[in-house]
Design a protein around this ligand. Structure first.
Ligand code: PHE
Length: 347
């Protein structure tokens, strides 16, 4: 038996330069084929590992340098370095290209069309009744009036008695209301605020009182069981009907504009004497009633503890809905309370 030597001597045949050259060409062809289909960054990375990685084609070729005769190594080194340089720069170009393509793909997927209209967000606005109320408050505040308010749930005393509308007064029919237990009711007008303010301070009094009122009316185009009034009250020494007329003139011109005629028609309210309806028109238009007004009845002044010989006063009450309807030509009062955005967004 022939014993195997402990260590076999592996004889590596020395590589020839032209052999190396052929191998370089094979790697080049390999590269040309593999790199043709690498498009995305992961594919390019796989190429890098395959050719320039630790066990890659080029690296192993360098390892083969050792087996060349020393006088050929320099030439072989140049060959391999050239190959390595070629592949490295081709790889770099591929990497840049793949990256550009992914960025482009992402941009294309996320593309904004800047010419599209923005997303629409509804913007709220003030209800037409609020607009009119504020406008009227402003007009009178400029004339030196304060804004006062009172409760919507009133006592029979403030809503009727103190305004000289006794329990059996026929005027109560006109102001039929929603009654709650214990002599409480939803106020039928803003006139009770007159009483509350006068009882709380000595004259002079210059106030406007906006607020919600209630009457037992069936809703139709001109009636609503809930509506709004603005009351005005001025009590001071020496006031006459002429002052009332002046205030009204100011108001009509400010609110409706120039060119309106104004007239008074006789009316009756238990708490004013004399009492009037105020009418306006822009010729050749129709006369329109805009409010009830009058000089405060001396009995009312006495009721709140004022001296009817010392001071006089006047008051009026106007309907906010009516002012808004006249301002914008609205024909149905119910529109104010239906909350239809198509209607409300016009103001
Ligand atoms: N309060 C009355 C109404 O509601 C209007 C009015 C107020 C009349 C002030 C005269 C003076 O009809």
């Amino acid at each position: 038996m022939c014993p195997r030597p402990a260590r076999a001597r592996i004889i590596q045949p020395a590589m020839m330069l032209d052999e190396l050259q052929a191998r370089c060409e094979a790697v080049r062809r390999e590269w040309a084929q593999a790199s043709a289909s690498a498009r995305d960054p992961a594919g390019v990375e796989a190429l890098r590992i395959k050719f320039l990685g630790r066990k890659g084609f080029v690296t192993t070729a360098f390892a083969a340098l050792r087996t060349l005769p020393p006088e050929e190594r320099a030439a072989a080194g140049r060959l391999l370095n050239a190959l390595k340089g070629e592949i490295a720069s081709a790889l770099e170009a591929l990497q840049a290209e793949a990256e550009r393509e992914t960025v482009e793909a992402r941009l294309a997927a996320e593309r904004y069309d800047l010419t599209l209209p923005g997303s629409w967000r509804p913007v709220g606005r003030l209800h037409p009744l609020t607009q009119v109320r504020r406008e009227i408050e402003d007009i009178f505040m400029k004339l030196g009036f304060d804004v006062a308010s009172g409760p919507e749930l009133e006592t029979d005393y403030y809503n009727f008695e103190a305004l000289a509308i006794g329990a059996d007064h026929p005027a109560r029919d006109e102001w039929d209301s929603f009654y709650i237990a214990d002599g409480l009711l939803l106020r039928t007008h803003t006139s009770p605020v007159q009483i509350r303010v006068m009882k709380s301070q000595p004259p002079p009094v210059r106030i406007v009182c906006p607020g919600r009122c209630y009457r037992r009316d069936n809703p139709d185009a001109t009636h609503s069981p809930v509506f709004h009034q603005i009351e005005l009250l001025w009590v001071e020494k020496g006031l006459t009907f002429a002052h009332l007329k002046w205030i009204l003139r100011e108001f009509v011109t400010e609110f409706f504009g120039p060119g309106y005629e104004m007239r008074f028609a006789a009316d009756f309210f238990p708490f004013t004497e004399p009492s009037a309806q105020v009418h306006i028109r822009k010729p050749p238009g129709e006369w329109l009633e805009i409010m009830g007004a009058g000089m405060v009845d001396p009995a009312v002044l006495a009721e709140v503890g004022y001296d009817p010989e010392g001071v006089t006063g006047f008051a009026f009450g106007l309907g906010v809905e009516r002012m808004a309807m006249l301002r914008w030509g609205i024909e149905d009062i119910r529109l104010f309370f239906q909350n239809d955005i198509r209607f409300l967004s016009q103001f």
